[in-house]
Design a protein around this ligand. Structure first.
Ligand SMILES: [Zn+2]
Length: 215
């Protein structure tokens, strides 16, 4: 898997510190399940957080505490992260299969024209999680977000005004981005999308049917 779009530092640190709500955490966990590079970064972030907490204890340390911190980071055990197993037959990463009750073959899609979706129930009222399948070569309607959208590609690929995103890639879009993701030709693109505000579609027609389709 050739991942080009990784977790940014803010996401990684917020995840490590437990500051992300469940919806965003699900997207981060799915990327981590597919990305050894970010798992290493996370282990480092967690080790750093742990050491810094210890450093906060009775402050009578010498002035060279930064040197000590670095020394301890180098020796900090990094193998305590939860092992992530992924049977080769599964398409969806483990955190997601837990939410959906299985892999792709168990999903009951709802048709949205060029795409189909299934809404994912979480305990997080501040975000909406959904699994999207965009038909090969087809666009989803142009939209902006009015909020943040995290998209993790699980299968296939899409491109938009920002770049091309393939398996494992994560796109972090804020409210200012208006984009029209288009699935690449060779196969349907399946991705996990987390939003914290309803999508704002450019097309009036799509806006009209939006409540009916639950998008
Ligand atoms: Zn990564």
């Amino acid at each position: 898997m050739n991942i080009r779009h990784h977790l940014n530092d803010d996401l990684l640190l917020d995840y490590a510190a437990g500051r992300l709500s469940e919806g965003w955490s699900l997207a981060v966990a799915c990327h981590l399940a597919m990305c050894p590079q970010c798992r290493e970064q996370l282990a480092l972030a967690e080790a750093t957080a742990g050491v810094m907490l210890e450093e906060l204890a009775p402050v009578e340390g010498p002035d060279d505490s930064w040197e000590q911190l670095k020394a301890r980071l180098v020796t900090a055990p990094q193998d305590n992260a939860t092992p992530i197993r992924r049977p080769s037959s599964a398409t969806l990463p483990e955190p997601l299969r837990g939410y959906l009750g299985g892999d792709l073959d168990t999903i009951k899609w709802r048709n949205l024209g060029n795409a189909k979706q299934v809404l994912i129930k979480t305990g997080d009222p501040t975000t909406q999680a959904r699994l999207l399948c965009i038909a090969a070569g087809k666009p989803v309607p142009e939209h902006s977000h009015g909020g943040r959208e995290l998209t993790v590609v699980l299968k296939g690929s899409f491109h938009d005004e920002v770049d091309r995103f393939g398996p494992g890639d994560i796109e972090d879009a804020d409210g200012s981005l208006t984009h029209q993701p288009v699935a690449d030709e060779h196969e349907d693109c399946i991705c996990l999308a987390i939003t914290d505000a309803p999508l704002k579609f450019s097309s009036r027609l799509v806006r009209l049917v939006q409540p009916i389709l639950g998008i």
